[in-house]
Write a protein that binds this ligand. Structure first.
Ligand code: NZQ
Ligand code: ZN
Length: 386
């Protein structure tokens, strides 16, 4: 049976080509705005100039240099700037890292006390945030329509997530043409990240949640169908539009309402990024196939459903179907150009020890939909991903 749930997603979506101009109607005319962005991409592809034009005569301050896997120290500089300038509205222009970073800045500006505790408490201590919107340039994380954020702190080698209903974006501009400048590597990462977001909320155990299951299966199939199209043509608007909307839906709360969720691949993956700076999506491709195999008994019914409904695997006995679908999932990542082993990153058994140690120090000792992914299980997952 489905669990009881509340569902409310307050983020307004402004979808389609040319929608950056509509920022003007979304942000109060007298707002003091801090525009946050990453490296050079938003400037180079003209998005920042479009944003500046749309903001018109408002008081605008800019903060660039938010890294992929946004860093606590960098973001704290933005917090200080915002406090100094009496900023009352934030605008993120970029990918998931800039959006996540902006969420942290939004929560940290009014926060009294040690702002790193927002992460160690996973957002439980957040009681307010400065309002913000986003202009998304990289479809992948779903951060543009959810209340999660993941921040890295180099000083303590930690990559931790926080969640708070105060950090839903007020609005997000999703203009598919903003993705035209993405390199293939980032497109592939986006497909893989969204794919695993869906899997984390779907591949658990059945609770007779027909809507959530069918939506999840449809989103997975959409990504499978889009992957080759995204490789072919840089300016296929329809492909980019569908891709963008799929990645948003993969993690906007809808398919996860009332159903068990896993997230072990993400938690193990975050440690791999914190230690070895591997792209987020790539860590998931290392962990997931191996986790599916390790958890094949606990996930048996959903693995069989996934095999049949998503991949059309309907021959062989149960064990063979599960073998086939794990292999097919691994191939999907490899076909995207994303390796699925630790060896591909020159990592060996020392990395297994290091990740398990990190998991322990972050209290990640009972992960998964039934808390069955203990440190021993995480170790086995990583060992079979060598
Ligand atoms: O820094 P710039 O120059 O902007 O370049 C970025 C960056 O190098 C580039 N890029 C972005 N848009 C572009 C572009 N290049 C050309 N054209 C464009 N239109 O892409 C690179 C990667 O950007 P990043 O924002 O880091 O990627 P992504 O969107 O995949 O975000 C990854 C981060 O999100 C977190 C991850 O852990 C990671 O830190 N996640 C956030 C989640 C959430 N809030 O719900 C869930 C996810 O599971 C994930 O953990
Ligand atoms: Zn992810």
């Amino acid at each position: 049976m489905m669990d009881n749930f509340d569902f409310r997603n307050p983020t307004q979506i402004l979808f389609g080509e040319g929608r950056v101009a509509d920022l003007d109607s979304q942000i109060p005319a007298d707002a003091r705005v801090l525009v946050l962005y990453g490296g050079q991409s938003a400037q180079r592809n003209g998005t920042l100039d479009e944003v500046r034009a749309a903001l018109g005569k408002r008081n605008v301050v800019e903060f660039g240099g938010i890294e992929a896997n946004p860093r606590f120290a960098t973001l704290m500089r933005a917090v200080e700037l915002a406090r100094r300038e009496n900023i009352d509205f934030l605008l993120a222009v970029g990918g998931g890292s800039v959006v996540d970073g902006t969420k942290f800045v939004a929560a940290a500006i009014p926060f009294a006390g040690d702002t790193w505790s927002i992460l160690t408490e996973h957002g439980a201590n957040v009681t307010a945030a400065v309002p913000f919107g986003t202009v998304l340039t990289l479809p992948a994380t779903g951060s543009e329509m959810n209340h999660g954020s993941v921040i890295t702190n180099d000083a303590v080698k930690a990559k931790l997530a926080f969640m708070s209903s105060h950090v839903y974006p007020a609005f997000s501009v999703l203009d598919p043409t903003k993705t035209y400048t993405l390199p293939q590597r980032q497109l592939a990462n986006g497909v893989a990240d969204a794919f695993v977001h869906i899997i984390e909320q779907y591949l658990t155990y059945p609770v007779d949640a027909m809507v959530q299951d069918r939506f999840a299966e449809g989103l997975l199939q959409t990504l499978i169908e889009l992957a080759p199209r995204l490789k072919e043509d840089d300016h296929d608007y329809a492909a980019r539009a569908n891709f963008m909307w799929t990645t948003t839906w993969a993690l906007n709360g809808m398919i996860g309402a009332g159903v068990p969720q896993d997230w072990a691949s993400h938690m193990i993956g975050h440690e791999l990024t914190a230690l070895y700076d591997i792209d987020h999506a790539r860590t998931l491709a290392i962990v997931l196939p191996s986790l599916m195999n390790e958890m094949r008994d606990a996930k048996r019914e959903k693995l069989l459903q996934y095999a049949e409904r998503v991949w059309g695997i309907d021959t062989g006995d149960d064990a063979s179907r599960i073998d086939q679908v794990i292999e097919r999932t691994r191939e999907f990542f490899e076909e995207l150009g994303i390796p699925t082993t630790l060896a591909a990153y020159d990592l060996g058994s020392e990395a297994v020890d290091a990740v398990v140690e990190q998991l322990e120090s972050h209290g990640m000792t009972a992960l998964g939909e039934r808390q069955q992914v203990t440190l021993d299980v995480s170790r086995r997952i990583l060992e079979s991903a060598l």
